[in-house]
Design a protein around this ligand. Structure first.
Ligand code: FES
Ligand code: FES
Length: 189
């Protein structure tokens, strides 16, 4: 005769709490108080010291005009100006930029008045998907500040570190030239 084994349910007292032996609580991350001068405004926040400028701008200061790309220093999408010079914000620790003047694309327009570069990009169709546009605008802004009437080759060289998948660059070069012809070097860049 076959022997049948029946299982009775375990009572609560017999049940063992199920625990995952490899689950480890993440350590609490230390933060530091940080103060940034962004687009002419003082911004205070608490950040983990390992965060890049790109992460802090987007995630802590809600300035999402600066774009994520490769995060390896190769595509130029994350370009912002620090003390007027284009930098790759994905490679820079945010805490290294405290008390330096940071300009993002949100700071280009003067209230409702667009920067001459923004107007020229819009008029000539130099922005298509727009993903590279903040980096192009800021890099071109720094160029026009140091060289108000750049030659085509100078523009090409200045923008060569910023990749655009859409426009083929011609419209972008033309837009920079148009802004320059209109006196596009702003003193506050
Ligand atoms: S995201 Fe590509 S260079 Fe910074
Ligand atoms: S406009 Fe689309 S990547 Fe440049």
């Amino acid at each position: 005769m076959a022997c049948r084994v029946t299982r009775r349910p375990l009572s609560p007292a017999e049940q063992r709490p199920v625990s995952n032996p490899i689950s480890i609580e993440p350590p609490a991350r230390a933060t530091v108080h940080a103060s940034f001068l962004v687009n002419g405004e003082r911004r205070e926040t608490a950040i983990p010291p390992h965060k890049t400028l790109l992460e802090v701008l987007r995630e802590e200061l809600a300035l999402t005009g600066t774009k994520h790309g490769c995060e390896l220093g190769e595509c130029g999408m994350c370009t912002v100006l620090v003390d007027g010079e284009p930098v790759l914000s994905c490679l820079l620790l945010a805490i290294a930029c405290m008390d330096r003047a940071i300009t993002t694309v949100e700071g280009l327009a003067d209230g409702p008045a667009l920067d001459p570069l923004q107007r020229a990009f819009a008029e000539l169709g130099a922005a298509q998907c727009g993903y590279c546009t903040p980096a192009m605008l800021l890099t071109a802004r720094a160029l026009l500040h140091r060289s108000p009437n750049p030659a085509r080759e100078e523009i090409r060289e200045a923008l060569s570190g910023t990749l655009c998948r859409c426009t083929g660059y011609l419209k972008i070069f033309e837009a920079v030239e148009l802004a320059a012809a209109r006196g596009g070097s702003r003193a506050d860049a």
